[in-house]
Design a protein around this ligand. Structure first.
Ligand SMILES: *Cc1c(COP(=O)(O)O)cnc(C)c1O
Length: 345
């Protein structure tokens, strides 16, 4: 994590860094994220309870709520725990205007520069800025937007350059620090950054898309590991697992791995999804169960009960597993369930 954070900072040496730790630090554990990103200028996340937890764990630098608050009562907590908050819609603005007790708030006004997820449309943005500036409870306003397609140099529908143009034009001459870049923009659009960057996935060593993590110089922060707990020898014509999806064409030695969708391993990973057994690359066979999966031991003759299995990690990129399962590294990380023990490196 420290390595990847240093890499993000070196891409944009003049910007400050919000290390994004939403979704339990992308599945790595909030505490591990906090310790790994001690050198960041702030931590950014969605969940109010986790923000409070970060304070209780001893994080004293800024914390930013990326979706802001959801009800007026949240403001008390925001104030008490010295959190910074995004404001992305008129409803949040109204809550702030009505609030008497949110004194000294640092607000990040979000612009919808084309992605049409969160944020005020350019036509409403400057008016919203004025209203915020008039709020007694607001001490400081920063400006923020988010890119839809930063993993591409350019994009036929909505490019980074176009979003940046809208953001800059709309916010022209407004005071306040700017923040735009997610991991993909940090790595691939070094001229489109702002005063603060917001890296997430790259800090955990997976690719935001485009190039592979290795090509981008990232190091995986997570290794998902289990072991062989059963072995079966199957004959030609025999099937394995629920639905009997995989039928052996020859005699095969099969390993049963203690990892399944209750751990967050994707149930839709098909036969052929890569795994490492005793360091050798082999593959998933048949359907993933709740707590187990079958793997081919043909190429790993010395595998035995207790053999170490790596589902993803340094020698098997999470993005490769994700691709086989039709998803992205982000989803695999976030899907890890609480029963998977997080052991800090
Ligand atoms: C999640 C998130 C990020 C980080 O995105 P990555 O693609 O993981 O780098 C940045 N900004 C906002 C607003 C986010 O929600």
């Amino acid at each position: 994590m420290q390595f990847n954070l240093a890499l993000a900072k070196s891409c944009v040496p003049h910007s400050k860094t919000w290390a994004v730790v939403k979704a339990n630090a992308y599945g790595h554990g909030l505490n591990n994220g906090m310790r790994g990103f001690a050198a960041a200028d702030g931590l950014a996340l969605i969940e109010l309870e986790s923000a409070v937890q970060l304070r209780e764990l001893g994080w004293t630098k800024p914390i930013l709520l990326l979706e802001g608050f959801f009800q007026p009562e949240d403001l008390k907590i925001i104030k008490e725990y010295r959190l910074e908050t995004v404001v992305h819609c008129e409803e949040q603005l109204e809550i702030l205007e009505k609030s008497a007790d949110a004194i000294g708030l640092e607000v990040h006004l979000k612009m919808n520069s084309g992605m049409n997820r969160l944020g005020l449309k350019p036509a409403q943005f400057r008016k919203a800025f004025e209203r915020l500036a008039a709020c007694k409870s607001v001490k400081k306003i920063a400006l923020i937007t988010h890119f839809a397609n930063a993993e591409f140099a350019t994009h036929g529908v909505l490019s980074v350059a176009e979003q940046m143009r809208v953001f800059q034009e709309t916010s022209k001459n407004l005071p306040g620090e700017r923040s735009c870049a997610n991991s993909a923009a940090i790595l691939m659009h070094q001229d489109m950054q702002g005063d603060w960057i917001r890296p997430g996935i790259m800090l955990y060593g997976a690719s935001p898309g485009g190039k592979s993590a290795a090509e981008l110089g990232l190091k995986p922060a997570m290794r998902l590991e289990s072991e062989i707990i059963g072995i079966q020898n199957v004959l030609p014509g025999e099937a394995m697992g629920y639905g009997s999806l995989f039928v052996a064409e020859r005699t095969m030695r099969i390993g049963v791995v203690a990892c399944g969708y209750a751990d967050g391993y994707p149930r839709h990973a098909p036969s052929g999804t890569p795994v490492l057994v005793e360091g050798s690359k082999t593959q998933v066979l048949g359907r993933i169960s709740m707590d187990m999966m079958n793997v081919d031991l043909t190429s790993v003759p010395d595998a035995h009960i207790g053999s170490k299995v790596i589902l993803w990690g340094d020698s098997l990129p999470i993005d490769e597993v994700a691709r086989a399962a039709g998803t992205i590294g982000y989803e695999l990380m976030c899907a890890l369930t609480p029963r998977v023990r997080r052991i800090p490196a």
